[in-house]
Design a protein around this ligand. Structure first.
Ligand SMILES: [Zn+2]
Length: 445
């Protein structure tokens, strides 16, 4: 007998949306299609999904979930992967925050710590690389292919370091991910600002810092023959700058953006203040519109949450002094609901484009497709059911433990209903039912 049947969903695939059912056995998808319900009707558990959308569980390849030396005690890989699960994310690829992962030992230690706490399957990225003399092949042998580095503080790497890292990683078959803002422009902009009110923060991180850095990293990658992933592109102009390299480069270039760069512009900072402090900074409404265009037309390859957890009290100080709190926004639990509500339901994205942006493309990028990011037969049974309901966003309704969301008060039209990972129901209506340690490390050699 089959373990579980998801009956009568609107199933999203790479080619369209079709009514059908999904049969699950031993943690994998056994069958999917319009006739599956009659064939597998005797399943042990039947989930009535009438009217609901079924997508592959979201694969989020940029987030910060675990750093015991930085985050408060209740913010760790357990609480943050629980928040991910509640939002329909069933796989994460996590990045270093303040504690560098630049040796095989450090990588193993973090992998083992996270494996004990993980609610969902996970991979890890190495970084933050500030010196080029690291054991690239040794780190890759532990199960990653990605290395993160920065053109800006606080992990500023010199141009020569970035080129050397790209050379080594390119030779070893990996990929370098770069935070693109040019420090010289940031320094110059910051030097002329005396105030500490939230509105000046955007002036301290001008658009041109991003454009210059994306452009230079494109040439660095081409010179060093290393695949490049530009994290968190914050502007439509930045996407256009990176897009030039996608069409002419001798190496693959991928561009990522994040929900907050599509949801907010610099004009929202009057109201939200420090709760929109993020790097790169928010840009003008015109840049937000252009960024949506780039997401729609394929210039942007994928959307990732860039989840960065902090507590509400730590953020509040930023109203008096915006330079004080950490930059970054909690967003892993709200990403899918935002993209459906503001993307699909506002006719900016099709369901299939959404599927590509947060499921199939990031899974390919992470080297785990089609096991993750697809609803094909034989794939892991990672499935999210979405309910099309009207509601007002409130941090009180989220699993996230930090007590705030930048989306507070927004009116949305899609709610994550049921989340299944490896065949188990791990969350319903933002209530998490799994336990820490359920998720497994995904080696991505
Ligand atoms: Zn990040």
């Amino acid at each position: 007998m089959t373990d579980r049947l998801i009956e009568d969903a609107r199933i999203v695939s790479a080619t369209g949306v079709r009514e059908g059912s999904i049969a699950i056995d031993d943690g994998q998808i056994r069958a999917v299609g319009p006739d599956v319900a009659s064939e597998y009707g005797d399943a042990t558990d039947v989930i009535d999904a009438a009217g609901k959308i079924a997508l592959p569980g979201v694969v989020d390849i940029h987030n910060h979930l675990h750093d015991p030396d930085l985050f408060p005690t209740d913010i760790d890989f357990a609480s943050q992967t629980a928040s991910a699960a509640a939002g329909g994310v069933t796989t994460v690829v996590e990045l270093p925050t303040q504690s560098p992962i630049t040796s095989p030992d450090a990588f193993r230690k973090k992998r083992d710590e996270c494996a004990e706490l993980a609610h969902i399957d996970f991979g890890l990225v190495a970084g933050n690389v500030e010196e080029a003399d690291i054991d690239v092949e040794g780190i890759m042998a532990e199960g990653t292919r990605d290395f993160k580095t920065f053109t800006a503080e606080p992990y500023l790497a010199s141009d020569e370091t970035i080129v050397s890292l790209m050379d080594a990683v390119g030779n070893a078959g990996g990929k370098v991910r770069v935070h693109c803002e040019t420090q010289g422009i940031l320094d110059h902009a910051r030097a002329s600002i005396d105030e500490g009110t939230p509105d000046v923060y955007m002036e301290s991180r001008p658009l041109e810092a991003e454009l210059d850095a994306i452009n230079r990293m494109g040439w660095f990658a081409e010179y060093a023959e290393c695949p490049l992933h530009v994290v968190h592109v914050s502007s439509g102009s930045g996407a256009r700058e990176g897009g030039r390299f996608k069409s002419r480069s001798n190496v693959p270039v991928t561009l990522e953006t994040c929900p907050h760069y599509l949801a907010f512009s610099a004009e929202d900072v009057d109201e939200k203040g420090p709760f929109l402090k993020v790097n790169p900074s928010l840009k003008s409404p015109e840049e937000v519109d252009r960024l949506w265009d780039a997401v729609r037309d394929g210039t942007i390859d994928l959307v990732a949450s860039e989840h960065f957890p902090t507590n509400r009290e730590d953020r509040e100080h930023g109203w008096e002094n915006i330079w004080e709190p950490y930059a970054g926004l909690p967003s892993i639990e709200t990403m899918l609901e935002f993209l459906v509500s503001a993307g699909v339901h506002e006719d900016r994205l099709s369901w299939t484009r959404l599927h590509e942006l947060v499921c199939s493309r990031p899974a390919r990028e992470a080297g785990i497709y089609p096991r993750k990011g697809s609803l094909q037969e034989g794939a892991d049974a990672d499935i999210v059911l979405v309910r099309e309901d009207q509601y007002t966003v409130s941090a009180d309704d989220l699993q996230y433990v930090g007590g705030w969301t930048p989306y507070e008060g927004r009116e949305w039209s899609a709610r994550v209903d049921t989340v299944i990972a490896n065949g188990d129901v791990i969350a319903s209506d933002h209530e998490v039912r799994s336990s820490p340690g359920r998720g497994e490390f995904l080696s991505r050699p």
